[in-house]
Design a protein around this ligand. Structure first.
Ligand code: ADP
Ligand code: MG
Length: 1059
């Protein structure tokens, strides 16, 4: 049972937390259980960390026991649900390190031991996920640890928020505004060595990414009277001591101050200028540094300290009485410093401090002060200067924290206001402070106990009401119009006549006698009267009885500064004072609102600010009055537990429903979990929720349906729903993301397509334009070409010049590509157009010459010789003998018979004549025409017909008459010789394979070119002198040589085929 409770309880927190990283429900429950079990074993020692788990949850003693146990274990934090109870340890605990902050960052509330960081983190994450505004109300009596708690929260945000250079800047300012405000607004009191003497509400603004981007501070009613007066054991505001103790020598000299607090009247009235726990020197350094970070210029800082110093000098001003008893200023040294530091002429200041202006009928006259009056006016001036400078300081800090970006911000407000306080003598300030606490308590009651219970009633939920003390009665006693203490006080302040503090007391006694929370000496019964002075009145506050002494109430409420004083200040050259006492300030004849009314109104404003945000609470408890660590004063703590309403809060928490939401909101958040309600529900929200929870399987005892809201009893139910939602959310997010991505991609695609089409169009247009231009150009060119063509034969003119140039160029280009490769390709010359005829002819000539030259240069001497021989042959036979063409391509050789093949005998015989050429021949007998193989040898001198070893015939070239060949394709040659002598042999009839070669050689060697004759049909020859023979030539089917019937040698040859 206990265990189940633990889990349930643990889950309570998660429902108010922002969703944690996804884990399965079992996993989380398991982890929680393990954590809780661990804490269970330690429970006897350290108590439980959440009062909701307390068995005897209605027992104050059990409550106290748990608090004490934990306190002694240095566990100063305990939860009541999401409310944090904090007990001041009065000693440094190692629980505020960076490591601790990291531990608490982003972790679910219930998963770690209670801590102020857990609360801060939870508020932050809720703000982030719900995009809503929040405030943390830190309450408790003076010295309970409120200011410390607010600093811890601020420090946590400073570390946990996302960082950028800009944000760091804001963060530093937010952090450093604290020591500055504390220096000027905090003081040592009997209750607290660092008691806030002003109320502070600070907004921290976050952008949508959770970065701290700005801040704003509202300050409430500074206890100005402290500037001029301190009770025994108390101090003035820290800054005075810091300046005197820590101020640099040069600065002090410039300010005319001495380094001794005892020298200043305003610093010694409490007789405790030095406090061991306060290090004014180091605090001074912190403040100096902070001022520079939050945009205070050097001159502003100087002026600020000038003001602080001038207040101290003012305090030391001594008035003496002159003969008439009027105040005079003897102490000119102090006056001199005030005059210098505030930049007000000495004389003006002096008059201002010793006189006041009185309006006579038509003019203003100066009336001198009595000494007492002068002291009073001096103190009033000191208070006014300090009070207004403090307000200037706050507005200056606000300027430096201001965020200029107009985008929407979410806000976490931190309210650290002076705590309920009771001194031996309580004055106007305590009255205001305690009234303020009364109001905040009322707000707390309203937001928690009252509203919660009223809600059940309104929604028609069965509910057993938890009784609680509603402090409305006290608030009304103080503030009700016409019937409240404030009204009476104001009335007394404003009415004409001799109103005094005592008349104020009498008025109250008259009007509110019998009120259960109000008593005075006169109204009290015998017993109580002993505890009351005559000038006292006592209020039974929610937090206890406080006896107020009426002395000074009217004065402080009026807060009068003589008009004269104001006018003097308006002449100041000090920029801050100038700003604080503007020349156009409403005429002092018109009464400003009294202090208490201003304060009341500012509290109304504060309540409005707070009620528009979601509340979170830190309730601070003071364990003892002695500010001692380890001391737990049961009575004191029990009293605080009681008046802070913690027991009632716990009872409501335990009995109530963990969660409620308007049907619309619940449906809106979870509708995705049921197919019937997703994406839109058509009916009423309540029906939708009914359908949804039916689908989710809620059991009847797990929830209640109110009139406008669903109430869920156990957090686990909601937790499971939230978990399912988290899972579902991711799926939804994925599908939305996919859709969106698709949409974006499609959009992008369409854009690209459109762009492509546009580019295409442009490109096409461009191409078409180019094409058109090209065609137009082509048409022009063609036209010109045609015209040129048509006029090509006319003399060069505009019309044909281009055409002709083209013709010329194209002919030359073509010609270049088709030039003949050899000299012999004479016909290969490209036919020129008419206009190029001459040029072509010239070119051809040049080219042929060029080729010839090239050819000639390329041939060897042997080849040249050969060609010369061939030329010779050509001149002899070309066109004359039929088989000549066949011979052209057959190269000539030096000889057809080498010397080795000639018989040596023969060689011996003719060698001296130099053998030039030899060739085998067939010799036909002159008689009978028998063929015989012979060698024909040409020497330098003669031709020899040789048969082996015998020279058959020698023909001296001189006796060679001629040579005959036929015009046909046979190889016959007839050498005609001169026959002078009948012994001599006749002409030689030979057949030679190399006819042309042999004859050419012969013609050259014997120089017989002209002797060679080409006969047509028949050759006559001499068989022997005087006896002739004939050889007939004809063409036939076959080559044949035979003796014809007519006795002629018939040579038939086939027709030579052309090459
Ligand atoms: N969490 C804490 N840890 C250590 N000391 C603390 C803590 N809270 C308060 N104190 C001590 O108590 C003193 C009074 O606390 P403070 O916050 O100024 O009280 P309050 O603002 O409620 O009047 C502090 O100066 C400090 O010495
Ligand atoms: Mg404080």
């Amino acid at each position: 049972m206990e265990k189940t409770w633990l889990v349930i309880h643990a889950l309570v927190f998660s429902c108010v937390c922002a969703p944690a990283p996804i884990q399965s429900l079992e996993e989380r429950c398991d982890r929680i259980l393990r954590n809780m079990e661990a804490s269970l074993t330690a429970r006897d020692r350290v108590g439980i960390q959440d009062f909701v788990l307390l068995d005897a949850y209605t027992s104050e003693s059990a409550f106290l026991d748990n608090l004490r146990k934990r306190f002694h274990e240095n566990l100063i934090y305990t939860y009541i649900g999401t409310l944090l109870v904090s007990v001041n340890p009065y000693k440094e605990l190692d629980i505020y390190s960076k490591k601790q902050m990291d531990t608490y960052m982003g972790v679910n509330f219930f998963e770690l031991p209670p801590h102020i960081y857990a609360l801060a983190d939870n508020v932050f994450r809720t703000m982030q996920s719900e995009y809503s505004n929040h405030f943390i109300l830190i309450s408790g009596e003076s010295g309970a640890g409120k200011t410390e708690a607010s600093k811890k929260i601020l420090q946590f945000y400073a570390v946990s928020c996302p960082r950028t250079r800009l944000l760091n800047n804001v963060r530093d300012r937010l952090l450093l505004s604290n020591p500055v405000l504390e220096a000027f607004g905090n003081a040592k009191t009997l209750k607290n060595n660092n008691s806030s003497r002003f109320g502070k509400y600070m907004d921290i603004q976050f952008d949508h990414q959770g970065g701290a981007v700005g801040g704003h501070i509202l300050s409430y009613l500074l206890e100005k009277s402290r500037v001029v007066h301190q009770n025994h054991g108390e101090r003035n505001f820290h800054i005075f001591y810091q300046l005197v103790e820590g101020g640099e020598d040069e600065l002090l000299r410039w300010l005319g101050l001495e380094r001794n607090c005892k020298n200043y009247r305003y610093l010694v009235q409490g007789s405790c200028a030095k406090v061991s726990s306060i290090n004014d020197k180091s605090d001074w350094r912190t403040v100096r540094k902070a001022l520079s970070v939050i945009d205070f210029s050097e001159s502003e800082t100087e002026q600020l300290f000038g003001i602080i110093a001038s207040v101290l000098h003012l305090g030391n001003l001594e008035f003496a009485a002159d003969a008439q008893g009027y105040a005079t200023l003897n102490n000119n040294q102090q006056l001199h410093w005030v005059s210098k530091l505030l930049g007000i002429p000495n004389k003006v200041l002096q008059t201002g401090l010793t006189h006041r202006k009185i309006e006579a009928k038509t003019e203003e006259v100066l009336s001198p002060f009595s000494v007492d009056h002068a002291v009073y006016a001096r103190d009033a001036l000191a208070k006014a200067i300090y009070g207004r400078t403090f307000n200037w300081l706050v507005s200056k800090i606000n300027e430096s924290l201001a965020n200029m970006d107009s985008s929407r911000k979410t806000v976490i407000g931190l309210l650290d206001i002076y705590g309920f306080e009771v001194f031996n003598v309580n004055s106007f300030e305590q009255f205001c402070i305690n009234y303020c606490n009364e109001k905040l308590q009322q707000l707390f009651i309203q937001l928690t106990l009252k509203s919660e219970q009223e809600e059940y009633e309104m929604e028609g939920i069965e509910w057993e009401p938890v009784p609680y003390f509603n402090n409305k009665i006290i608030c009304d006693l103080v503030e009700e119009k016409f019937k409240g203490i404030i009204s009476f006080l104001d009335e007394e302040c404003l009415r004409p006549g001799d109103a005094t503090d005592l008349t104020f007391l009498q008025k109250m006694e008259e009007k509110i006698a019998g009120h259960p929370h109000f008593v005075t000496h006169k109204l009290a019964d015998q017993k109580m009267r002993k505890t009351l002075e005559r000038g006292d009145f006592r209020l039974l506050h929610y937090a206890g009885e406080v006896t107020y002494c009426v002395v000074g109430f009217l004065d402080k409420n009026n807060d009068l500064l003589y008009r004269n004083g104001k006018e003097v200040m308006q002449q100041s050259k000090n920029a801050i004072i100038k700003h604080c006492f503007p020349a156009d300030e409403p005429d002092s004849k018109k009464r400003p609102e009294t202090v208490v009314t201003q304060f009341k109104n500012s509290l109304v404003g504060l309540t409005e600010i707070l009620t528009s945000k979601e509340p979170w609470y830190v309730r601070c408890i003071k364990p003892n009055e002695a500010k001692q660590p380890g001391q737990f004063d049961d009575v004191l703590v029990r009293h605080q537990v009681k008046y802070l309403g913690l027991m009632e809060h716990l009872r409501v928490r335990r009995a109530g429903f963990a969660y409620r939401r308007k049907y619309e909101l619940f449906l809106q958040r979870y509708k995705a979990l049921c197919p019937d309600t997703w994406p839109n529900w058509k009916g009423t929200a309540a029906e939708g929720v009914r359908c949804l929870i039916k689908h989710l399987g809620y059991k009847p005892d797990e929830y209640k349906m109110g009139r406008t809201k669903i109430f869920i009893r156990h957090p686990r139910t909601l937790f499971a729903t939230e978990d399912a939602f988290q899972v579902c959310k991711h799926k939804l997010a994925t599908s939305i993301q996919a859709k969106y991505k698709g949409y974006r991609v499609k959009e992008e695609f369409l854009k690209q397509r459109e762009a492509a089409t546009r580019i295409e169009n442009c490109w096409r247009g461009l191409m078409a334009k180019r094409e058109r231009e090209r065609r137009a150009w082509a048409v022009k060119v063609i036209k010109k070409f045609i015209k040129g063509f048509m006029t090509r034969n006319q003399p060069a003119c505009v019309d044909n010049s281009e055409y002709l140039a083209y013709v010329r160029q194209s002919y030359l280009t073509r010609l270049n590509k088709h030039l003949p490769k050899t000299v012999l390709q004479k016909d290969a010359w490209l036919t020129p157009p008419p206009i190029m005829k001459e040029a072509s002819w010239l070119l051809q000539k040049i080219y042929v010459r060029y080729m010839v030259r090239k050819y000639i240069r390329g041939i060897t001497p042997q080849r040249k010789l050969q060609l010369q021989l061939k030329l010779q042959t050509s001149s002899m036979f070309k066109g004359k003998k039929e088989n000549y063409p066949i011979s052209v391509c057959r190269p000539f050789v030096d000889t057809r018979i080498t010397l080795e093949d000639i018989n040596t005998k023969i060689l011996q015989m003719i060698h001296h004549e130099h053998i030039k050429y030899s060739v085998p021949v067939v010799k036909y007998d002159r008689n009978g025409f028998r063929p015989r193989f012979r060698q024909l040898i040409f020497t330098q001198e003669a031709a020899y017909l040789v048969e082996e070893t015998k020279i058959k015939q020698r023909i001296d070239y001189t006796s060679l008459r001629g040579v005959s060949v036929s015009s046909l394709s046979d190889n016959f040659l007839i050498l005609h010789v001169t026959c002078d002598d009948s012994k001599q042999k006749g002409d030689l009839v030979l057949q030679c394979e190399h006819l042309f070669e042999a004859l050419t050689k012969l013609s050259v060697i014997a120089d017989k070119q002209n002797c060679i004759k080409v006969a047509q049909d028949s050759v006559r020859f001499d068989i022997q002198p005087g006896r002739e023979g004939f050889i007939d030539f004809k063409s036939g089917q076959e080559s044949m040589v035979y003796r014809a019937k007519n006795g002629h040698l018939m040579v038939e040859s086939t027709r030579a085929k052309s090459r």
